[in-house]
Design a protein around this ligand. Sequence first.
Ligand code: V47
Ligand code: SF4
Length: 380
Amino acid sequence: MFTLEKQLATHKGRETYIDNKKFSRILAKVEEGESLTREEGMLLMECEDIFFLGKLANLIRERKNGNYTYYNINAHLNPSNICVNNCRFCAFSRKEGEPGAYDLTLEEVIEKVQQIVTKRTTELHIVGGAHPRKNLDFYKTMLSSIKKIYPQIYLKAFTAVEIQQMADVSGCSVEDALKELKESGLDFIPGGGAEIFSPRVRKEVCPQKISGERWLYIHRTAHLMGIKSNATMLYGHREKAEERIDHLLKLRELQKETSGFRAFVPLPYHPQNTLLGGKDTTGVLDIKVHALSRIILDNFDHIKAYWIMTGCELAQILQSFGVDDLDGTVTEEKITHSAGAKTPQELDEGYIRYLISSAGRIPVERDTLYNRIGESRGVD
Ligand code: V47
Ligand code: SF4
């Protein structure tokens, strides 16, 4: 039974978070723009007062992005779900010949692109499985053919995992693969494949995937070549709170070195149809992870709520917990919907702007690099 005394005690307990010396020191550090330590991050991970976390995250959010929330007009394309890795959290991938496997030819990819791109599309987000046979030339031709038809569209393509795989199939280095992809039209690398860097958890959930260190190496290499990227963290499966903090700290460290990351995207695990199974994340965990990401990653300009995974309603609320970006309109999302996502496949631009403005924020259309492009369009 939840008695009145217990309620009061809990309430009092929460107040002590703010009164507590350690928490007031953290608040002062955030107000001064100082980075938090691992221990302080851990303390916040254990903090049950989401309003306190929201206060800290919002301070950083508004210092960096004011009252603006960004979105873009994008389309997703998943050319194949055939993959050599067997990540236990993935419901999307298939082996060659397995029921449900698909593998678009170059002609089919172009046909698909022509169906999903509109006059307003500024970004194509292209990711698929780590294919056992397709070489670098296939992906280079894909990029250059799309770029030839749509030179104005940013090609945000291929996770570090796919880039390593195409380099392996072609027997070349990741450096050479990145250079050739860039020459063929690659503009930006999405943040997928990072999962959680902890070797302990990777061994359990994605033992065949490249290591966290390798993921970081590939992004560092891309940054040094002038290719910007995003970063992600898949949470809510087998990882411990400290492993989330360590993941964020590794990203903060790399960002300090290269300044190559644009946005960080926390990805809540969806368990349906996966080998790993387990439960959906809760609203409180989603809020904590987005807020903590904003607080720890104080050298990242943007924290994105990927509405496909968080749900539209929570994505809207997360704008008070550090988030300043709601991703984009998206089309035909396959990875999360294979794992049970109940969100739509696509959002209309007017609705994204409504999710932003009805939270008291100002919607701003951006391109992949966060250049503002839609301010004069007056979509509302
Ligand atoms: O790499 C796979 C994750 C990622 C599941 O860079 C799952 O702006 C939840 O990286 N439940 C792909 N997540 C998506 C991605 C992304 C999405 C939006 C924006 C950006 C960006 C990147 O999805 C995969 C993997 O980490 N994933 N299975 C699942 N069951
Ligand atoms: Fe393959 Fe990516 Fe799925 Fe892992 S998450 S099995 S690498 S498609």
